[in-house]
Design a protein around this ligand. Sequence first.
Ligand SMILES: NC(=O)c1ccc[n+]([C@@H]2O[C@H](COP(=O)([O-])OP(=O)(O)OC[C@H]3O[C@@H](n4cnc5c(N)ncnc54)[C@H](O)[C@@H]3O)[C@@H](O)[C@H]2O)c1
Length: 264
Amino acid sequence: MPDVNSLFRLDGRVAFVAGAASGIGLASAEGLAAAGALTICADINAPGAEQAALGIRARGDRAESMTLDVTDPAAVARSFRAMEEKHGQIHVVVSTPAVNIRKRLLDYTSADFDRVLRLNLAGGFHVLQAAGRHMQARRCGSIILFSSMRAMTVEPGQSIYATTKAGLIQMVRGLAVELGPAGVRVNCIAPGVVETPLTAPIKSKPEWYQAYANRNALNRWATAGEMAGPVVFLASDASSYVTGTVLFVDGGWTAIDGRFAPPV
Ligand SMILES: NC(=O)c1ccc[n+]([C@@H]2O[C@H](COP(=O)([O-])OP(=O)(O)OC[C@H]3O[C@@H](n4cnc5c(N)ncnc54)[C@H](O)[C@@H]3O)[C@@H](O)[C@H]2O)c1
C-alpha cells in the first residue's frame, strides 16, 4: 500500500503550464507549485505570466515565467529545449489556451473557424508533440490538456468550439496509446462552467449565468481553484495508472438530462 499522503506531492519535479496568466491555467500553476513542483508559468501575455510566477513565489512556492505563443510550433519546441537545458527534465505539462467565438455555424466565417482551430486544436497539438517528444525520451511524465463538457454536449453557437474540444480528446487518447509503453501518461480534464475571464461575458448576463448554474447537479459555477485538485491528481503518482482518459469536472452537468425533473 503506497503512502497515500505523499501520493499527491510533486516535490523535486518540474511542471510547465501554458495559459498560466489567467483562469484555470493560473489555478493549475498555483496548485502544482503548492504541491511542491517548480512551476514554469507560460503565456502569450508576458506580464501576466510574470505576475503568476511572482504570486506563487510570494506564497513561498517555486515558479518561473516564460513568454510563449502555443500556436507557433517552432516557439513551443524552442521553449522545451530551453527548459531542458535549464532544468533537465519536465515531469508535468498542462495546457489551457483556448478561445470561443460564439456564433451559429451558418454565421461562422472561415477566419473565425481558423482562429478557433488554430489556438484550441493546433495549439494543443504543438504542446502535445513537444511534451511527448521530451517525455518519451525520458520514459516518464504526465501531460494534461483542457477539453470541456462541450466535447459531449453542445448548444447553439458552440459547434466549432465544441468540435475542437472533442478533437483534443481524441488527440490525447491517441498519444496516450502511443506513449503508454514509454511510461508517459496523457489525459484531459473537461470542466463544466468555471468563473474565469473566458466566461466573464456570461456573468454579466444574470439570466444566462443562473441558467448555467441551475443546469448542473451542484447548482452553481465552479471557481478556477476547483480545477487545481484534479490537475494535481493527474500530474502526480496518485493517478499512476490513469491514462487516455477524460476527467469530467463539471458539477454533474454531463450526467443530467436536464429537460425535466419528474415529481418523484
Ligand atoms: N472557463 C470555463 O467555464 C471553461 C469550461 C470548460 C472548458 N474550459 C477550458 O479551460 C481552458 C482554460 O480556460 P480559462 O477559462 O482559464 O481561459 P482564460 O481565457 O481565462 O485563460 C486562457 C489563457 O491562455 C492564454 N493564451 C491565449 N492564447 C495563447 C497563446 N496563443 N499562447 C499561449 N497562451 C495563450 C491567455 O493569455 C490566458 O492567460 C480552456 O481550454 C477552456 O476551453 C473552460
